[in-house]
Design a protein around this ligand. Sequence first.
Ligand code: SF4
Length: 85
Amino acid sequence: MQPVIHLGKCEGAGDCQEVCPYNVFEIRKATEEERTGFNFKERLKSFVHGHKKAFVVNPDQCHACGLCVKACPEKAIKLERYLAD
Ligand code: SF4
């Protein structure tokens, strides 16, 4: 399993990064390309939070404990089956 982040919902609060024992997440500013497809509310929210978002950088380290899903204040994370190449 690996976490999948709904970038439009994410406010980059960093709770996922704090609770994950395996350094699966990174918080950084989303690029313009990564923000493509956001609706009006998501664009506004992104702007207000300086476009800070969580990204999954080490998906293969996920132990599917679910801590990040519970910790996210925006309910922006779900766990999905991970198929490594
Ligand atoms: S489910 Fe657990 S191990 Fe996986 S990313 Fe979330 S907090 Fe980290």
